[in-house]
Design a protein around this ligand. Structure first.
Ligand code: ADP
Ligand code: TRP
Length: 320
């Protein structure tokens, strides 16, 4: 089985990215051949500062390696190091119905947030389809907000195969229900565009201050509290074992347990997990040659696969 996912280097990675996409992708590296890439072509639809894009691309590479990506197992690369994908995107765009793209929520959401309606933003799902199809991927672990893009990919692949012959594997999205949407400090979906994130590798003091700012209701200390409607609990449970989760829920319901205590429990859980990874990340950051070598090596392996699929698609369509 081949597993593939990508992430845009368009800001600092946060707990939503980690639990929604990184952790599932890292766990799946045990189950099959995994391709994971840094979607810098996609990031161009929102990032227009070259220095920033380079820095964020490197930061994402460090984040993944620090969080346990094993480059011997996982083919880890920069999207743009496999330029074949842009050619495939063009081939696919010639059969992608406008209506399919017009229905995409992500495009409409981005316009609502004030992004300019560029052609790149509109055809974003076609490039994503090329990413997925060029590696003949079976499974695509993503957060819920990306599910529609995987469905668009399936539609495009099915149409291509019907029209030109069986070139592409039809992929399936893989979404873990319990972490479908990680809430941010304000209870909305955690997203860098809402300014409500907890970064994985932000400044430790700032991270603590942000945890202390998580929005709660204003029940007094002695009142029993409902863990199931609490943002702090929703985040805590992502780190906790079933027993730890049940224990904290019981303390909420018993009363005399304040939101300050809950925030401390969450901060402790965060540090227990990300403290050691922060250390590892700092060590990796000293060795930029190693990071570059990992990405180049990944690109070489990815490219061999991409070339094969592109050749088959070109041939099926009559380009060669
Ligand atoms: P952001 O919303 O911060 O811009 P991206 O859209 O770049 O994040 O998301 C990158 C990946 O992380 C995607 O697979 C997405 O589904 C996942 N993801 C992002 N935020 C969350 C969240 N709050 N909950 C679950 N998954 C998320
Ligand atoms: N669109 C995805 C996101 O914003 C990133 C991405 C690009 C991707 N190409 C992909 C994810 C292919 C999975 C498969 O999160």
């Amino acid at each position: 089985m081949r597993i593939l996912s990508g992430i845009q280097p368009s800001g600092k990675l946060h707990l939503g990215n980690y639990f929604g996409m990184m952790q599932p992708a890292l766990q799946l590296q045990e189950r099959g051949e995994t391709f994971l890439f840094i979607a810098n072509y996609h990031a161009l639809t929102t990032v227009s500062d070259a220095t920033q894009l380079r820095a964020d691309t490197l930061a994402v590479a460090l984040d993944f390696l620090a969080c346990g990506l094993d480059p011997r197992r996982t083919i880890f690369f920069r999207q743009s190091d496999v330029p074949e994908v842009t050619e495939l995107a063009w081939l696919l765009s010639t059969l992608t119905p406008m209506g399919l793209l017009e229905r995409c929520h992500s495009y409409k959401d981005k316009l609502t947030k004030g992004l300019a309606a560029t052609h790149g933003l509109f055809s974003y799902p076609v490039l994503m389809a090329a990413d997925i199809l060029i590696y003949q991927s079976n499974l695509v672990p993503v957060g819920r907000d990306q599910k529609q893009h995987v469905e668009v990919t399936r539609d495009i692949a099915i149409k291509f195969n019907n029209q030109f012959g069986p070139v592409f594997t039809i992929p399936e999205p893989s979404i873990r229900d319990e972490v479908a949407v990680v809430p941010g400090l304000d209870g909305q979906k955690m997203s860098k565009s809402y300014g409500n994130t907890i970064e994985l590798f932000g400044d430790p003091k700032e991270t603590k201050a942000r945890i202390m700012r998580i929005v709660t209701d204003c029940k007094p200390l002695d009142a029993p509290k409902d863990p199931d409607t609490c943002n702090i609990f929703a985040l805590y449970q992502l780190f906790a074992t079933a027993e730890e989760r049940a224990a904290l829920a019981a303390r909420y319901r018993a009363g005399n347990f304040g939101y300050g205590h809950a925030k401390k429990a969450l901060h402790d859980a965060f540090e227990a997990k990300f403290g050691p990874l922060r250390q590892r990340r700092a060590e990796l950051a000293q060795n930029s040659d190693y990071i570059e070598e990992v990405l180049r090596n990944g690109a070489e392996r990815a490219r061999a696969e991409a070339r094969k699929t592109l050749r088959a698609a070109r041939h099926a369509m009559g380009i060669e």
